[in-house]
Design a protein around this ligand. Structure first.
Ligand code: ADP
Length: 158
């Protein structure tokens, strides 16, 4: 089965990477889907985010694709039967439940599957990484080693 893991990944964190590795071991193919959202202000361009994910992921059945429009329609158009999302807390659950239900009404043939965050990453988000880096804090251990320098450089531009 082919699944996708849609998100913003601005930038990818070790929490995202953990979900990618766990999902990649369950599906034949996993597409990490960077959805373009003109309303979201990102620090890194979609191309930069794509490259950072490619540098971080080791599994051979994972690819990275940039998508636009409605996620569920895009997922279907590239042959995915399932979408993976991560849940860190009840606050994530409320949002994710609404999204997944909306997606089910748009296309009931695409299932949303949830992975529970590992406890050590349950506080971790791209925003937390940016906040820490912006204020000169240590982000090693929070993002993949392969992209550490790029994230730090990206933050200095702000
Ligand atoms: P979006 O803007 O679509 O929420 P994100 O890149 O912020 O994109 O997150 C993508 C998905 O990864 C979401 O389902 C989010 O809940 C999940 N996620 C983010 N950080 C973690 C983490 N530390 N552990 C597990 N799942 C996570």
């Amino acid at each position: 089965m082919k699944a996708c893991y849609p998100g913003t990944f601005d930038p990818i964190t070790n929490g995202h990477l953990d979900i990618i590795e766990r999902a990649a071991s369950m599906f034949d193919e996993l597409v990490v889907l960077i959805m373009e959202n003109p309303r979201k202000k990102c620090l890194f361009s979609t191309e930069q985010r794509k490259r950072m994910i490619e540098q971080s992921v080791k599994a051979s059945n994972v690819s990275v694709v940039i998508g636009s429009g409605l996620t569920v329609y895009f997922a279907k158009s590239i042959g995915c039967q399932a979408m993976v999302r991560g849940i860190r807390a009840v606050s994530d659950y409320e949002y994710e439940l609404q999204q997944a239900t909306a997606n089910l009404t748009l296309d009931e043939t695409v299932e949303t599957l949830f992975f529970i965050a590992r406890p050590e990453y349950s506080f971790l988000s791209s925003s937390v990484v940016k906040e820490i880096a912006m204020n000169g804090g240590e982000i090693s251990g929070l993002v993949p080693d392969e992209i550490l320098a790029e994230v730090q450089t990206g933050m200095k531009r702000l």
